[in-house]
Design a binder for this molecule. Structure first.
Ligand SMILES: [Mg+2]
Ligand SMILES: [Zn+2]
Length: 192
């Protein structure tokens, strides 16, 4: 039997799903982006698998442990569940080529904009990449979309507004935040 392939929305974490805090290392500083739960519910209703893909080089730099990253993802999940939403899977890259912690020092293929977090999720969940989207606030997300062939939506939260200015992203869809990104996907989804 052929497994049915599902489309996914790959969502950046810092600055897109939660407020941007550089090298976030305290659960108390985790704050969902306004209307994030509503956005996720909307995308879920449209049939998308929701996958977070996040670079966490703070691990490689010795700012926090991998365990903390997992703990923060459980925290985010609980916060979302309070509002009836949830993420289907979290993928993170703990590496950095100039890591201070030896076992994380590597030129990996999962650190965005490299595609391996997305490709692993595709493998794990039978995701149809051709019908999937990437939402993020910064250049690695934008380039990840190029490297995986997915359409990209830039949010103005986090570094997004700055990135929009710098790049003058004329060919990229830019919206105010995650909720507006979900509304855009809903519109395009309806046209297809
Ligand atoms: Mg980000
Ligand atoms: Zn990596």
């Amino acid at each position: 039997m052929v497994e049915k392939m599902v489309p996914a929305v790959f969502i950046d974490r810092d600055g897109t799903l939660i407020e941007h805090v550089p090298y976030l290392d305290d659960l108390k500083r985790i704050k969902l982006i306004p209307k994030a739960a509503l956005a996720l519910k909307k995308m879920k209703e449209l049939g998308y698998l929701l996958v977070v893909v996040t670079n966490q080089s703070g691990v490689a730099r010795g700012y926090f442990e991998e365990d903390f990253v997992q703990k923060s993802h459980r925290f985010i999940q609980r916060e979302l569940e309070k509002e009836g939403a949830s993420i289907d899977a979290f993928y993170y890259c703990p590496h950095h080529p100039e890591a201070t912690i030896g076992r994380y020092r590597r030129q990996c293929r999962c650190r965005k904009p490299f595609p391996d977090m997305v490709l692993n999720a595709v493998e794990d969940f039978s995701i149809d990449l051709k019908r999937s989207w990437i939402i993020g606030d910064n250049e690695p997300d934008f380039l990840l979309a190029e490297n995986t062939g997915c359409p990209f939506i830039l949010v103005r939260t986090g570094y997004g507004a700055e990135f929009e200015q710098e790049r003058r992203c004329s060919s990229v869809k830019v919206v105010n935040g995650l909720y507006e990104a979900a509304c855009y996907i809903e519109r395009v989804h309806g046209i297809e």
